[in-house]
Design a protein around this ligand. Sequence first.
Ligand code: IMP
Ligand code: MG
Length: 226
Amino acid sequence: MEIDYDRIIKVPEEGLTVPGIPEEVIPEHMKNRVERTLIPGECIRNKIISLAGQLSSDYSGTKELNFVVILKGAAVFAADIGREIFRAGGPLIKYHFIKASTYGTEIKDIGETGRKVKIELEPGDVRGKDVILLEDIVDQGFTLLETKKYLLKKAGVCSIKSCVLLDKKLRNPTDEVKEIRKGLSLDYAGFEVPDRWVAGYGADAGEDFRHLPFIVIVKEDYYLNK
Ligand code: IMP
Ligand code: MG
């Protein structure tokens, strides 16, 4: 399969296989909690180079870009994309961090209808700024929506564009979730992933896997029964 990294990449549930890109090997000690590799590290790297190129050219006249990184998930993505923007000759990057926590279980249960989001760490000096909001994965959209509302209404940012690595394609969204997802413009997006629990590259399952350089599908049963 030829991949156009400049567009959002639809990843099938079987995982992304690309000629010339080696498959990742799941180490033996992870096999009880991981089903399979979903996105190889090299595909993520290529995608980040492309996103960095788009941001560098869209903001070529700008001196400085203000990133607001949603912790913890987007930390890895934010670190890598910042360095690629430097390599692409893009603007200087200022990093700000926000932590939004979701009440409820780590892994969403079947039939879950809503999530409460609380801002746990406020970003510093963002008032009056145009910011890029970085997120690891958009699922039902509550986190991105509530973080945006907070930044605009309470933190006084001027405008927000969002940049997300993974966009989960939900199988059975509720009407509320459909509305939320419709209203969330993802200005820069990496991969569309199936409606499974995924982890790696910053995203976790019960705090596992954030350090993986690739993305896996998790064995949900392991974490739900923990
Ligand atoms: P949302 O509020 O339903 O969009 O959920 C988004 C947040 O939940 C993200 O910031 C992630 O931290 C977390 N999340 C949702 N789905 C996954 C997943 O499949 N793997 C890891 N984290 C996820
Ligand atoms: Mg998150």
